[in-house]
Ligand binder design. Structure first.
Ligand SMILES: Cc1cc2nc3c(=O)[nH]c(=O)nc-3n(C[C@H](O)[C@H](O)[C@H](O)COP(=O)(O)OP(=O)(O)OC[C@H]3O[C@@H](n4cnc5c(N)ncnc54)[C@H](O)[C@@H]3O)c2cc1C
Length: 337
């Protein structure tokens, strides 16, 4: 008999999890409290790599690097089947003002990550040529079409209430409008809001961390690579627009944007690429990262419920990690039968 899974949260993590579940033959219902794919996964910059991989936990890198091939293939599939191009580009990332050059190069050698040392304006930069980027708002738009084509039922504008079951099995989940959702298994992929769904009132495991980005209009100059310096990056899309980010702010669920952040990001952007001084900032937005200890996501069965699975807390690299994180959680679900 076909098993039914309800996935809560239609960001990149929920979308890829739903896709893999449907490919394994599950009946999948994906629920979102707003329009799916419009929260943090939409707000991100779309860089498919940790910024300085050698600064991160092995598990973060393992999830990121094992995911890299997936996006190229997915992008090709989405172009063909949905006519939406998510603009996967292997642009590489050029790191300026390298702090620990020898450590970075040794780490890359040890982990089989390609790296090149480049002299630019008499300064040493490091190039990670295999780093790719994707235009995440288009990726999410295409995924929505693709999931429907692959028989995933999408329910939007329904907010799941906190889990309250007193037994080891959750029988159903309710939405604030009174909809009852019954399934064999449930997967929580609610990003920064996951602790609310999990009813973690006293000690939330997942904490929202706001990130703001600025956008320059289509510029004439071509950025050959993603540029990175001192926790700041510039990414150029195929049509020439440039994004600069980002901030990391512990301000709760406030999704506002601030003048201070705009000035800070503009200063960083124009120091890294002085040509940007010719252009006005066109847009500014923010997203709430699902903050977790050390950036390490929680991908496991719920400790108290036998049919609830967690795929949460992907913090700064949820786009990058989503494929491998989804594979891990889907493996756990299929092992449990
Ligand atoms: C400024 C910025 C730049 C970033 N840049 C990058 C980058 O370049 N590369 C990278 O890999 N990562 C980046 N990230 C991080 C990345 O965006 C996140 O890690 C990732 O989007 C998390 O995905 P998610 O699916 O868990 O969350 P989300 O995309 O936020 O999705 C969660 C979904 O759950 C829904 N939801 C919440 N509560 C409920 C409920 N009660 N009922 C129903 N639905 C609910 C929400 O509406 C939302 O759609 C960036 C983040 C920010 C803020």
């Amino acid at each position: 008999m076909t098993k039914k899974v309800v996935v809560i949260g239609g960001g990149i993590v929920g979308c890829v999890t739903s896709l893999f579940l449907s490919e394994k033959g599950y009946e999948v219902v994906l629920v979102d409290q707003s329009a799916m794919g419009q929260e943090t996964s939409w707000a991100a910059a779309g860089i498919l790599s940790p910024l300085l991989p050698w600064d991160y936990h092995d598990d973060v890198n393992s999830l990121c690097f094992k995911s890299t091939n997936f996006y190229y293939q997915l992008s090709e599939r989405l172009k063909k089947d949905t006519n939406i191009d998510p603009e996967w580009i292997e642009s590489g990332m050029l790191i300026h003002d390298v702090q620990e050059e020898a450590h970075a190069i040794n780490w890359c050698k040890k982990n089989h990550v390609e790296i090149q040392r480049i002299e630019k304006d008499r300064k040493t930069c490091l190039l990670l040529p295999r780093v790719a980027q994707i235009r995440n708002p288009r990726l999410l738009k295409a995924l929505k079409v693709y999931l429907v084509q692959n028989h995933v039922a999408i329910i939007e504008h329904e907010k799941i209430k906190p889990i309250k079951d007193s037994t080891h099995l959750v029988c159903n989940l309710q939405t604030e409008s009174g909809l009852n959702l019954e399934a064999d298994q449930y997967v929580i992929t609610a990003g920064a809001w996951s602790s609310y769904v999990l009813n973690e009132v006293d000690k939330p495991k997942i904490k929202p961390i706001r990130g703001q980005l600025i956008q320059y209009p289509m510029i004439q100059e071509k950025l050959l690579h993603i540029l990175y310096s001192d926790d700041f990056y510039l990414v150029q899309r195929q049509d020439g627009i440039v994004l600069g980010g980002s901030t990391t702010e512990d301000v709760g669920f406030d999704k506002g944007v601030t003048e201070d952040a705009k000035n800070y990001l503009q200063h960083k952007a124009e120091s890294l690429m002085p040509d940007l001084k010719k252009y006005n900032i066109q847009n500014q937005w923010s997203g709430l990262r699902p903050g977790s200890e050390g950036n390490v996501p929680i991908i496991e069965k719920h400790p108290n419920y036998d049919n609830v699975y967690l795929n949460i807390g992907h913090y700064r690299y949820g786009l990058t990690m989503a494929p491998q994180a989804a594979e891990r959680i889907v493996n756990l679900i299929t092992q449990d039968g």
